[in-house]
Design a protein around this ligand. Sequence first.
Ligand SMILES: C[S@@+](CC[C@H](N)C(=O)[O-])C[C@H]1O[C@@H](n2cnc3c(N)ncnc32)[C@H](O)[C@@H]1O
Length: 270
Amino acid sequence: MVCAYRARASRWPTPLFNDPWAAQIAGSVGEEIAQRLDARWPPMETWLALRVAYLDRLVGIAVDSLSIRQIVILGAGYDTRAARLPRAGVQYFEVDHPATQAAKREVVAKLPGYPIEAARYVACNFEVEDPIERLVANGFDKAEPALIVWEGVVMYLPEAAIRATATRLASELHPSSVVAFDLFGKRMAMQDVPDADKQSVSFVKELGEPILFGSDDILPLLYECGFRWIRSRDFNELSVELMGDYKRERFFRFQHLALAAVRTPVAGWP
Ligand SMILES: C[S@@+](CC[C@H](N)C(=O)[O-])C[C@H]1O[C@@H](n2cnc3c(N)ncnc32)[C@H](O)[C@@H]1O
């Protein structure tokens, strides 16, 4: 479904990014699921496009302004950044559940021209394995800073699991590392939302991924996990910034994006 949206967004008249593989990965199955969600929450395509585009820009800033050379895609799913945004001297690590990762690798191996070697694949079941240990076992250098892209994952995790992972990231990674993740507001997780939004919540539950976590103020949690530089962005700001417009009817009420680091990044970070 996510790939179907990335494929559509790549066809916008003024696209925010280009994903040449998304349509093939999505196939008709992905597009069909996306259409079912469209009917329940029409802004989904725009929201997803903004999320992908903003995190893509962070990859560029991390590499160009912060001299980061390790990009970790945590809970990678069908992420294609390693293929879309290759940079000389930069190593991508895709960390995911062994089953999801095997399925992804099987799909992309069949795509003509997909650079499967662009990422190092780190199979890790977060429930029983430590992602940092698994990363190190696969060549990740803890002594060097990294950008951690944790996209579309925390809303499906219990708070204890988010805290455990965030604490490990803050304590184990180089302090100049930056973690970026999107999250929903508290009322979204509690389903205390207008009917229009409730439909999208119940739809993802039907797909097998109930929303477990939401927060209107992620700063206390990230502080308690050890981060000392914390920023929150909302998707209305991102739509003004990246698309140059704001439409009341797609008002993003419950969608946020958080950035966190142990050490304040050098000037120039947004
Ligand atoms: C909704 S998908 C997001 C995928 C991708 N980051 C994106 O934005 O399209 C959630 C991801 O979390 C991963 N995940 C869920 N539970 C996990 C676990 N116990 N261990 C490792 N990964 C897990 C899934 O395999 C999946 O790739």
